[in-house]
Design a protein around this ligand. Structure first.
Ligand SMILES: *Cc1c(COP(=O)(O)O)cnc(C)c1O
Length: 377
């Protein structure tokens, strides 16, 4: 099946018992056993039919061996981090998602798991950061908010030579545009709160693994640590995924037009959009993904002007998060990246005048006019 078909018919697409074309929401916490130890489902933390249907569709979309659904993107990321133990070392992309940075620097250190933040878009730096106790390379591509691109194949080759796991947070690219497991990664993560859900109405996370060994380990961790996704939220995600393809196509076209508008606007100093041939990493991104996604960051030069733009847009909603049908606008330095120390933010290039937008599926002319009015006023 091709991707658009897979989104509708992949995984477990109907209820065997009734033929219902929409998977039922199973609100059961426990299940009758046919005899001691003879059962399909036992207890819903270990397995629930609605969650299982979601885990099957996300497994198919990422081309993995097994999928796992968690109560948030961070819960999925923490579950994966439980694969490691005290004394291990992990290399992470330097402008990794703020919550992941916080987890790595404020929680994992309590368990003596050591981390290094490296510009993973530069393979040489990744090689240099490998230590005798390094166990994994954790990357995001494109990154948030500067949309830096890491070459997944290249990282996977380095990892293979050194017997390391490659973990990719694929939230920004979505499985519609990019499949890291096919490029050599071992584990793919998503904040399903974003594009997979797509309607700003559910918080969830998923992980997909590429081997039976990792599937067994991650299922053990999911069941042991316990941050599973409930049946209602699982159902919302299954529903969201059905329209992922058409949403991403629409978002792709809107984003390209908006990036071009911003590029020409006199008050905009710089536009970060991986779809521009001038964007560093454009060619690499094109070699590993089929679309550029719905995120743009642009620098208007000062925090004051940036805040004015945020105050004046009417269709772009001032809010954190991304990846939904409605367009969102935010100021990374004061919002999503506020937990990153100012000094480090500036090192990364997240200036006070940097605005981030997540483009939705509204009429693109309305979106452009909204930004134009806000920038010109
Ligand atoms: C939002 C996000 C997360 C965290 O996901 P939650 O669902 O908010 O816990 C992780 N990675 C990226 C890239 C994100 O955008």
């Amino acid at each position: 099946m091709r991707k658009k078909t897979l989104m509708i018919h992949g995984g477990i697409s109907r209820d065997e018992q009734t033929g219902a074309v929409s998977i039922p929401v199973s609100h059961a916490s426990t299940f009758k056993q046919n005899g001691v130890g003879n059962f399909k489902y036992e207890y819903a933390r270990t397995g629930n039919p609605t969650r299982e249907a979601l885990e099957a569709i996300i497994r198919d979309l990422e081309g993995g061996v097994a999928g796992f659904a968690f109560s948030s993107g961070m819960a999925a990321i923490s579950a994966v981090m439980h694969l490691f133990k005290g004394g291990d070392h992990i290399i992470l992309t330097d402008d990794v998602y703020g919550g992941t940075f916080r987890l790595a620097t404020k929680i994992l250190n309590r368990y003596q798991i050591d981390v290094s933040f490296v510009d993973t878009s530069d393979a040489e730096q990744v090689r240099k950061a490998i230590q005798s106790n390094t166990k994994a390379i954790y990357i995001e591509t494109p990154t948030n908010p500067l949309l830096k691109v890491t070459n997944i194949r290249e990282i996977a080759a380095i990892a293979k030579e050194n017997d390391l796991l490659v973990i990719v947070d694929n939230t920004f690219a979505t499985p519609y545009w990019q499949n890291p497991l096919e490029l050599g990664a071992d584990i793919v993560l998503h904040s399903a709160t974003k594009y997979l859900g797509g309607h700003s109405d559910v918080v969830a996370g998923v992980a997909v693994v590429g081997s039976d060994r990792l599937a067994r380990e991650l299922h053990f961790i999911q069941n042991s640590v316990g941050a599973v996704l409930g049946p209602d939220d699982s159902w919302l995600l299954i529903r969201g995924i059905k329209t992922l393809a058409i949403r991403m196509e629409e978002i792709e076209a809107n984003t390209k037009a908006i990036a071009e508008f911003l590029q020409e606007h006199p008050k905009v100093r710089r536009v970060f959009y991986p779809g521009f041939p001038t964007h560093i990493g454009h060619e690499v991104h094109k070699s590993q993904a089929c679309g550029f996604g719905g995120m743009i960051s642009f620098d208007v030069g000062s925090g004051e002007l940036a805040e004015q733009v945020l105050a004046k847009t009417k269709i772009f909603t001032l809010a954190e998060s991304l990846g939904a049908v409605e367009s969102l606008i935010s100021l990374p330095a004061k919002m999503t990246h506020a937990s990153i120390p100012k000094e480090r933010r500036e090192q990364l290039g997240i200036t006070d005048g940097l605005i981030r937008i997540s483009v939705g599926i509204e009429d693109v002319q309305d979106l452009i006019e909204d930004l134009k009015t806000a920038l010109d006023s």
